[in-house]
Design a protein around this ligand. Structure first.
Ligand SMILES: *Cc1c(COP(=O)(O)O)cnc(C)c1O
Length: 396
C-alpha cells in the first residue's frame, strides 16, 4: 500500500545546512525494475489478460500511436471505425503509415453494430486490421466490443482497441474478446494519473510488428524496444528511468480499485450514467440525452444535447459559476455549441456529483426562462441510481 508515509520514508536525508524542505512528491528513490514489473502484473490482472502488458511512460496517446505505427504499414488494409474524434485520429495515423484505410463512420449519437463490421468485411475481404474505440468520453457512446471481436476474429484481422474511457467503467476483456492491442489510460474511470498508460499485446500482434520494417525502433514510440529489451530479457532492466510519480500513482489507483472491487467501481459508473440520463429527461428545459439509445450510452460519461436556442458552452460556463468543481464540460471542437458533457468518472462517479451537475444545469436553464423541474430531476437521479445497474440488469 503506497501511503504518504511510505513515500516519505524513501526520501533522501536533508542536510542541516540545506534550506530544502522535504516534500512527499520529491526526493523519491528510483523505481526498481521489480516494482515496475509488479505494477504491470497488477494492470494485467485488472484486464484479466494473460497477454504481455507494457506500461508506457506517457499519456495514452503514446501507446495508441505507438501500436498503430508498429502494426500498420503500406501492406495493411485497415477498417477504421469512427464513432468520435479519436477514431478520426487513428485513421490519420494509419494513412500516415501508408495503410489503405476504409473508414466506417457512424453518427456520434449512436454506436456501431457488429453487423456493420461484417458488411465491411464482405465489401473488403482484404481487411487485415481493425481499429475501434470502445467508449468515447468525448461523444458519450460505447460500442459492443465482444460481438465485434467475434467478427474480427472470424476474418483473422488484427484487432486494435482504445479502452481508455471504458476501463474501470465497464468490462474490458482483451483475451475473451480477441483484442490484439488493447490500450488503457488511468485518467478516466480508474481515477488515476494522466501521464502513464498501458497496452496489452497478443503474440499475433508482436509477430506483425516484428515483420513490419516501418515499426518504430530505438524510439520513445517503440513497443518493440520494450518487447526485445524488457520482456524478452525477463523484465530485469528498464529502458530508461521510469516516471516514478506516475508509476506510484498508477499503482495506488489500481490498489484503490482492488480495495473497492472492480465490480463495485463499474457499478458506480453504470449508476451515474443511468442517473444522469434519467435526471436530464426529468429535468426538462429542452436538455436531452445526446446518445439516443441508453444501451449505446457509455457508463464513463453522459453527453447531453442543449436546447436548440442555447449555446452549450455558455450553459456550462454558467453552471460552473455556481460550483467550479462540478465535472461538467462543453463538447470539444464543433460540438461545443450543442453538447454538454457530464464527466461522472473516477471519484466523480457519485450521486452527489450527478445531482450537483443537474441542479446547476437546471438553474442555468431556468435563468434563460426555460421550464425545468429540479425536484423531478432529483428524484429521477435517486431512483435510477438505486436500480440494479449494469448492461444486463438495466432493463429488469
Ligand atoms: C480520454 C480519452 C483518451 C485520452 O485522451 P485525453 O484527452 O488526453 O484524456 C483516449 N481515448 C479515448 C477514447 C478517450 O476518451
Amino acid at each position: 500500500m503506497v501511503t504518504l508515509d511510505s513515500v516519505r520514508a524513501v526520501h533522501l536525508p536533508v542536510s542541516e545546512e540545506s534550506s530544502t524542505v522535504t516534500h512527499p512528491f520529491l526526493d523519491l528513490a528510483p523505481l526498481s525494475a521489480g516494482r515496475f514489473a509488479a505494477i504491470e502484473d497488477r494492470v494485467a490482472r485488472l484486464l484479466g489478460t494473460g497477454q504481455d502488458v507494457v506500461i508506457m511512460q506517457g499519456e495514452a496517446l503514446l501507446p495508441l500511436e505507438g501500436a498503430i505505427r508498429a502494426a500498420a504499414g503500406p501492406g495493411t488494409v485497415a477498417l477504421n471505425v469512427v464513432t468520435g474524434p479519436y477514431g478520426q485520429t487513428f485513421g490519420n495515423w494509419l494513412r500516415d503509415c501508408g495503410a489503405t484505410v476504409h473508414d466506417l463512420s457512424v453518427p456520434f449519437h449512436t454506436a456501431v453494430s457488429a453487423e456493420r463490421i461484417r458488411q465491411a468485411f464482405t465489401e473488403h475481404p482484404e481487411i487485415d486490421f481493425v481499429s475501434l474505440v470502445h467508449a468515447e468520453a468525448a461523444t458519450g457512446n460505447t460500442n459492443p466490443v465482444a460481438e465485434i471481436g467475434e467478427v474480427v476474429r472470424a476474418h483473422g484481422a488484427l484487432f486494435y482497441l482504445d479502452a481508455v474511457a471504458s476501463v474501470g467503467a465497464e468490462p474490458v476483456l482483451p483475451d475473451a474478446w480477441g483484442v490484439d492491442l488493447c490500450v488503457i489510460g488511468a485518467q478516466k474511470a480508474m481515477g488515476g494519473p494522466a501521464g502513464v498508460s498501458a497496452v496489452s499485446v497478443s503474440e499475433r500482434a508482436w509477430a506483425r510488428m516484428a515483420a513490419n520494417p516501418g515499426a518504430p525502433r530505438r524510439s520513445y514510440l517503440s513497443l518493440l524496444d520494450w518487447k526485445e529489451r524488457w520482456i524478452d530479457g525477463g523484465r530485469k532492466a528498464l529502458l530508461h528511468a521510469p516516471a516514478q510519480l506516475e508509476m506510484l500513482a498508477l499503482e495506488a489507483c489500481v490498489e484503490r480499485i482492488e480495495a473497492e472491487g472492480l465490480g463495485t467501481v463499474m457499478a458506480r459508473h453504470a449508476s451515474a450514467a443511468a442517473a444522469t440520463r434519467a435526471g436530464a429527461l426529468a429535468l426538462g428545459g429542452g436538455l436531452e440525452p445526446y446518445v439516443y439509445e441508453a444501451e449505446d450510452a457509455a457508463p464513463v460519461a453522459t453527453t447531453l444535447r442543449a436546447p436548440s436556442d442555447v449555446d452549450a458552452s455558455e450553459l456550462v460556463a454558467r453552471a460552473l459559476e455556481s460550483d467550479p468543481a462540478l465535472p461538467l464540460a462543453a463538447g470539444g471542437g464543433a460540438l461545443a455549441a450543442e453538447m454538454v458533457r457530464v464527466n461522472h468518472y473516477g471519484p466523480d462517479a457519485t450521486r452527489g456529483a450527478v445531482q450537483g451537475c443537474l441542479a446547476a444545469l437546471g438553474a442555468a436553464l431556468a435563468e434563460k426562462g426555460l421550464k425545468t423541474d429540479l425536484e423531478a430531476a432529483r428524484r429521477a437521479v435517486e431512483d435510477a441510481w438505486d436500480r440494479p445497474a449494469g448492461p444486463d440488469l438495466s432493463e429488469a
